[in-house]
Design a protein around this ligand. Sequence first.
Ligand SMILES: Nc1ncnc2c1ncn2[C@@H]1O[C@H](COP(=O)(O)OP(=O)(O)O)[C@@H](O)[C@H]1O
Ligand SMILES: O=P(O)(O)OC[C@H](O)CO
Length: 504
Amino acid sequence: MSKYVVALDQGTTSTRCMLFNKRGETAASHQLEHRQICPQSGWVEHDPLEIWRRVEEVIRGAMGKAGVAARDLAAIGVANQRETTLVWNRNTGEPYCNAIVWQDTRTDLICAQLAERGGQDRFRQKTGLPLATYFSAPKIRWMLDAIPGLRRDAETGEALFGTMDSWLIWKLTGGPSPAAAHVTDVTNASRTMLMNLKTLQWDNELLAAFDIPRAMLPAIRPSSDSAFHGLTRADGPFGGEAPICGVLGDQQAATVGQVCFDVGEAKNTYGAGCFMLLNTGVEVVQSKHGLITTVCYQFGGNPPVYALEGSVAIAGALVQWLRDRMQLIDSAADVERLASLVPDNGGLYFVPAFSGLFAPYWRSEARGLIIGLTSFIDRGHFARAALEAAAFQTREVADAMASDSGVPVTALKVDGGMTANDLLMQIQADVLGAPVTRPKVSESTALGAAYAAGLAVGYWSGIEDLRRNWSVDRTWRPSVDDTLRVKNYTMWKKAVSRTFDWIE
Ligand SMILES: Nc1ncnc2c1ncn2[C@@H]1O[C@H](COP(=O)(O)OP(=O)(O)O)[C@@H](O)[C@H]1O
Ligand SMILES: O=P(O)(O)OC[C@H](O)CO
């Protein structure tokens, strides 16, 4: 019997490889960051070959720490930053350019032109998404327009498009050998703006509207698939053949890792951004309050399960910005120590609209601001305001979820890199006025990808097995009164309104 299921979590800021046992416990883990490339204002890129090298290193690192070989693995699951767009050559394996990251706003004009007919919600009925720079289709279109010869290669199928899952699976299964798998799963496909949410197929009307050739697109598969997505190559980083049977966008993976399998169950993940997903079952529910509709998961031949999502572009990325660009702190963890030096924000609000504002506003012309500056403000207030920004943005999407579902958020399951920050967790409970619970395995994204893979090969027999694995690490309860909570949130909303209409 195989000992472990392995998960790759290719995130916005870093890549992890984690091995899990049957109880969902971590047997080994290895993680590496990659560069955030910002060539001009509003542009964010990743180097696909650098990310592939990180993937190779973390796989070898985690397998080495656990002392296992490919034959010890029951299955492989992949979770990935969603929407980030890559195009590479099938014959050479060379990317045509850097990946355009989900936070990148260069496609503003493409989106605005498409919205001239039908408005921002022109494709929402089919895709669940507003026309926004966030999603893949405008990014593919930008590449097709900007890179000489790419459209010709795309039309013949020599140029391949993929989100990060497709790229990594193609590499792991031997690309550029002709046998390499060019696939994606329904959750990742639902973020491209090219898939019809109901048919789970690429949609001709959408392809025509964005002018994207079908020949460059991957095959769409279930998230958990016993007829696996591909077999790893013996000469690759796993050092042997193992089946890739689980693929999920990272936020959907975290929803699975947090065992939100019932309608009405939700989780919030704090990574580079912040993403709250609410399981809405097998029905497509359209939001009236600025959320998006997305495929949550599809296990084998079962009907897909959908979710409402509140996507916040900048959360942990703001902490990283304080570290790398402002050099206010040496490590992300330092922000907690600095923020703990002050009892409150001292009247300072930091709205990190670096990529415009996502949910619930969808304002691409907004830009970040810091407001409330007085001579009293010091570095501690900056750190505190940066943490509060994640908590206030989460409150806004929680309010939108409550309005859409008619049920208030009375408790929140959380995970992701930022939840290591205990002060942030207390701030979140205070801002929300509801308890916040972190599970023992806070790497829910990797765990969810492992679950999808393990379910496909019978390593876990069903979702009841997975539910038994979930347990509480710690819960934070609100510690401020309602008057203060309302006052602070009102000031936050006022600060947000000042970011609007900044870009002409
Ligand atoms: N102790 C901490 N306090 C605040 N933010 C943190 C802390 N540790 C990590 N982060 C932030 O969390 C993010 C990393 O979380 P992770 O879940 O790995 O994200 P991703 O999947 O986006 O790469 C980074 O943006 C980092 O700045
Ligand atoms: O890499 P993360 O965890 O910040 O997640 C990024 C999201 O998938 C973007 O939609």
